[in-house]
Design a protein around this ligand. Sequence first.
Ligand code: PEP
Length: 250
Amino acid sequence: MRRKFVAGNWKMNGSANSIRELLQGIREGAAEVAAVELAVFPSFVYLGLVEQQLSDSSIGWGAQNLSEHASGAHTGEVAGSMLQDFHCDYVIVGHSERRTLYGETDEIVARKFATARKIGLKPILCVGETLQEREQGVTEAVVERQIKAVLDLEGISGFADAVIAYEPVWAIGTGRTATAGQAQEVHAFIRAKLAQLDSALASQVRILYGGSMKAANAAELLAMPDIDGGLIGGASLEAKEFLAIAKAGC
Ligand code: PEP
């Protein structure tokens, strides 16, 4: 049985004050959605604050990115061991904004995934096609290629504690959500691909949907058999909305 997981990717948003307020709101409603695992992903600089605010709660936290390197001359980068100092549970790797705006290739993303696992951080691997790729009918090929890069490096066992987020790029921050049917189709494809290598593991891996998910469309998406939760951007910046998404998964 896969426990539903609702994760808030705050991206480059928030301030110390707004984060305190947001977390207070989430904490107040968390007991009501206890069936669902919750986690938030602030900017690096707020990880200490988030840890302080959440360490006595059931809500988890993680980072939006990490360096593929362990330490050294990498100005501006953040190592996985530094995230561990803030007791992160998870780290997002390969978000489409990292891939498109910061040039992260499938291989770089795979190395980040491996670096996270090596030190016991659970990676959330983001995959997904652009609008052009969907229109060309290559959605499955793109997602398969992105996952294969990780499989080549880590093998199927690399996915044992990992989470996958299917995030069609055309649905991220656009207000345009994949239909439940469109999302389910890709989630089922991903699970089937993993099942070809290890069916028991594939049935355990949580596959989240991301892309303009909000309270109004969450119930339909979360009712799909292979959609195990959501990676939420914009709608995670409001406690009420974030909790309403989680409630839809209860
Ligand atoms: C995201 O950035 O992971 C995301 C899904 O964003 P949004 O919910 O705003 O589309």
